[in-house]
Design a protein around this ligand. Structure first.
Ligand code: FAD
Length: 425
């Protein structure tokens, strides 16, 4: 049975919206280019197996290989077949400020910017800066809807013309310096293609079955079909599937939060400006407001997501099916926001669902697993995996090859924080 997640743990739907205009304090890094260190070049090439072809595994493989490792990436289905291909792709510089994710998020936002210059992001995967608004929309005039204002636009932010639904309480919560987007599937696939072509990453299609170790040190990754890949280090980046492995589940819980999305193709995409929308949405039948998000993309699509609940993660990513009621709510959201997104005005290109990888303390887990030298994990990125993928990958590459990460202090994310906490289950 699906459990609805409490509003306190996931409200708004995916991300918390900053209360004030983004702060202007200095960027911690304007760019990051991990060059192979001379000492490493003199050393024997390290062989690393990265398991999982989502954004976290692909970013890790990319930065490891760029730093000189011989990398094999194991993916059981297809690159970016799960959340990393179905996410919104929204990026924010400072929305995690004041919390433990701040340094990771800031470093990663800046890495996205430099990667986009390196890989022609605007053309290859729809990287662009955005203006981001929060606004309230009611599906129909509902007398029970709480309202502080009934004007169409308040504060300093004009509602873009294509948002012709009953928008209220509009606020600008991100500008083109602080918010941006990528098409997450194109981003992940561009990065792996580049890693294959320029840094020799090998991609193996197969299902990781177990990790073997010898004398407390990792030795190989064994696939379901019996193939054995020997390695000096193994990185588990299996998203919500990470918890299927004893090495992980004996230490901490990784669970899946299922979320839905639709992709629309409006007839006149030129009319849709680069404004990301974070909604407080009041359904006609009453009840609590929903928190859907709307992202126009430079590819001419408009992506709408929301409707989340904790559910069991199916074994195979291809088996994840969208709940029809959730999809129909998202369609209603789209047409209430803009007549250009209603039936007849926009084609429905996709209706889909996928799982956010979540942990009990709402923080990602990035580091070496205590007890098995050379076995690393990078998961639990929840609603910020696309944003935090590059800095996670770069930091993991440094940790594996240099023994510590310089780009981000990973101590807060270490799996060691769970030692002694997990009861037998
Ligand atoms: C609706 C929605 C919207 C989102 N929007 C945003 C956003 O706007 N911005 C943002 O920053 N984040 C967003 N996120 C979050 C982001 O998508 C995730 O945090 C991120 O994709 C997680 O990446 P991952 O690589 O850890 O996992 P996944 O993408 O789930 O990848 C895991 C991979 O491991 C593979 N795998 C599993 N088991 C095995 C095995 N045994 N052997 C081999 N391979 C295996 C799977 O096939 C899969 O490809 C959103 C998520 C959702 C659901």
């Amino acid at each position: 049975m699906a459990l609805t997640v409490s509003a306190s743990s996931f409200s708004p739907f995916l991300r918390s919206i900053p209360n004030s205009r983004p702060s202007t304090f200095a960027l911690i890094r304007s760019s990051y280019s991990p060059a192979a260190s001379p000492s490493l070049m003199e050393m024997e090439t390290r062989k690393v197996v990265v398991c999982g072809g989502g954004v976290i595994g692909v970013c890790t493989a990319y930065f490891l290989a760029k730093k000189g490792a011989a990398v094999t990436l194991v993916e059981k289905s297809a690159i970016a077949c799960a959340a990393s291909g179905k996410a919104g792709g929204f990026l924010a510089l400072d929305w995690c400020d004041g919390g433990p994710l701040s340094t990771l998020a800031r470093a990663s936002f800046n890495l996205h910017r430099s990667l986009s210059q390196e890989l022609d992001g605007p053309k290859s995967y729809g990287y662009r800066a955005l203006t981001t608004l929060s606004l309230t929309i009611s599906e129909s005039q509902n007398p029970s809807t709480p309202s502080t204002s009934t004007s169409k636009s308040t504060g300093d932010s004009a509602v873009p013309p294509w948002v012709d639904g009953p928008a209220r309480n509009t606020r600008t919560i991100g500008n083109t310096e602080t918010t941006a987007q990528v098409h997450p599937q194109l981003f992940t696939r561009t990065l792996i293609s580049n890693a294959i072509e320029n840094y020799g990453v090998e991609v193996v299609t197969g299902k990781l079955q177990r990790i073997t170790s010898e004398g407390g040190k990792v030795e190989s990754a064994v696939l379901e079909d019996g193939r054995v890949i020997y390695a000096d280090a193994v990185v588990l980046a299996l998203g919500p599937w990470s918890g299927k492995f004893e090495a992980v589940s004996s230490l901490f819980r990784v669970y899946g939060l299922k979320a839905h999305s639709i992709i629309l193709e409006p007839k006149d995409p030129e009319a849709i400006t680069p404004h990301a929308l974070f909604l407080g949405y009041y359904p006609a039948q009453g009840g609590k407001p929903l928190d859907p998000e709307v992202y126009p993309r430079p590819t001419g699509e408009v992506y709408v997501c929301g409707m989340s609940a904790v559910e069991e993660v199916p074994e195979d990513p291809e088996e994840i099916a969208a709940n029809p009621e959730s999809i129909s709510v998202l369609k209603r959201v789209a047409k209430t926001v803009s007549s250009r997104l209603g039936e007849g005005e926009a084609d429905l290109k996709a209706e889909q669902a996928c799982f956010l990888p979540c942990t009990d303390d709402d923080l990602p887990v990035i580091g070496e697993l205590p007890g098995t030298k050379g076995c690393y994990v990078a998961t639990g990125h929840s609603c910020w995996g696309i944003l935090n993928g590059p800095a996670t990958g770069a930091a993991m590459a440094e940790l594996v090859l240099d023994g510590e990460s310089a780009i981000v202090d990973l101590s807060r994310f270490s799996p060691a924080r769970f030692v002694g906490q997990r009861r037998k289950h």
